[in-house]
Design a protein around this ligand. Structure first.
Ligand code: A3P
Length: 345
């Protein structure tokens, strides 16, 4: 009899314990996802007001739903206004470099509760047709956010397009500019790989990288080839420096963002005057992908699309050596201007 009662008690305790653990896990998951919308970390300095009134969790839940509904076209503008959601011009832009890791950088920064990303590349400043539509058109392309948050967009074509520095300067002369670079030869091959894949998808043939990168008449590096020109970072940066002081740029090491993302992200947080909120918890290595992936909370995580991290074709070593020799003096100048040295050959 006593034994039966003890067993019953144990059973009850087990059920109660399971319920408690279940509720705790649910709460952690909810709070984790709400974290992104909470004013946990007001931003210092010129990014706006330091603090905002605390928003109760239930209101946040509602706001989150509202934001989603609005995107689907189901909520009224009046509701958005009442809840203080705004479409803000970016306070920072990832201007390039194409294939440097721009998507990974944007997605990883978006882990920060005070950052809201523009998911699509807007191509406002590099595309004349878009630019002619005016700044309000650009602002309307931005995601909804709370006033204390900052919006970041990325369009890697900005870095290499002649007209862009002046146009961005006219919008906001104190904007923060992020440039993510990779070892120039690897970046050029990555650039080629993307174009090659596009051609293959359309069943078209394409030249070998070696043929494009080396001028067959002179046997020298072909500076007319776009993938080569884009990797001459210093040439492009010098154009930007006619409008913005070097302090307004932050250079991200794209090779290190692959192997040690947190170190790079912490430097960006500092540059953007954001309180450090991205932690190792938010980044986990996925052996199948061979890259770090993103963890927002215990229920939501994601890796970048398969188009990021393509296998590069094998390139003749003599061509690689020639390219590295070609980029060397430009790299030295780039280190000198930016004050950031890389271990590029
Ligand atoms: P590869 O495809 O050559 O490997 P971008 O977003 O500017 O187009 O850059 C693409 C590059 O981002 C990829 O180039 C990949 O190496 C790099 N990258 C950096 N971090 C990554 C991550 N966590 N997941 C996938 N790709 C990442």
């Amino acid at each position: 009899m006593l034994f039966k009662q003890q067993a019953l008690l144990r059973q009850k305790l087990f059920v109660l314990g399971s319920l408690a653990i279940g509720s705790l896990l649910y709460l952690v998951a909810r709070v984790g996802s709400l974290d992104r919308l909470q004013p946990l970390c007001p931003i210092d300095g010129r990014f706006g007001p330091r603090s905002q009134d605390e928003i109760p969790l239930r209101a946040l839940q509602f706001k989150r739903g509202l934001l989603h509904e609005f995107r689907k076209g189901n909520a009224t503008k009046e509701q958005i206004r009442l809840h203080n959601l705004v479409q803000q011009l970016p306070k920072a832009i990832i201007i390039g470099v194409r294939k440097g890791g721009t998507r990974a950088l944007l997605e990883m920064l978006n882990l920060h509760p005070a950052v809201v990303k523009a998911s699509q590349e807007i191509h406002f400043f590099d595309n004349d047709e878009n630019y002619a539509k005016g700044i309000e058109w650009y602002r309307k392309k931005m995601p909804f956010s709370y006033p204390h948050q900052i919006t970041i967009e990325k369009s890697p074509a900005y870095f290499i397009t002649e007209e862009v520095p002046e146009r961005i300067y006219k919008m906001n002369s104190s904007i923060k500019l992020l440039i993510i670079v990779r070892e120039p030869t690897t970046r050029a091959i990555s650039d080629y790989t993307q174009v090659l894949e596009g051609k293959e998808r359309k069943n078209k043939t394409y030249y070998k990288f070696e043929k494009l990168a080396i001028d067959p008449n002179t046997c020298e590096v072909n500076t007319k080839y776009k993938a080569v020109r884009t990797s001459i970072y210093t040439k492009h940066l010098e154009r930007w420096l006619k409008y913005f002081p070097i302090e307004q740029f932050h250079i991200v090491d794209g090779d290190r963002l692959i192997t040690e993302p947190l170190t790079e992200l912490q430097l960006v947080e500092k540059f953007l005057n954001l309180p450090p909120r991205i932690s190792q918890y938010n980044l986990y290595f996925n052996a199948t992908r061979g890259f770090y992936c993103l963890r927002f909370n215990i229920v939501f995580n994601k890796c970048l699309a398969g188009s990021k991290g393509r296998i590069h074709p094998e390139v003749d070593t003599s061509v690689i050596t020639k390219l590295r020799k070609f980029f060397h003096p430009f790299n030295q100048k780039f280190y000198q201007i930016t004050g950031r040295t890389f271990n590029w050959p």
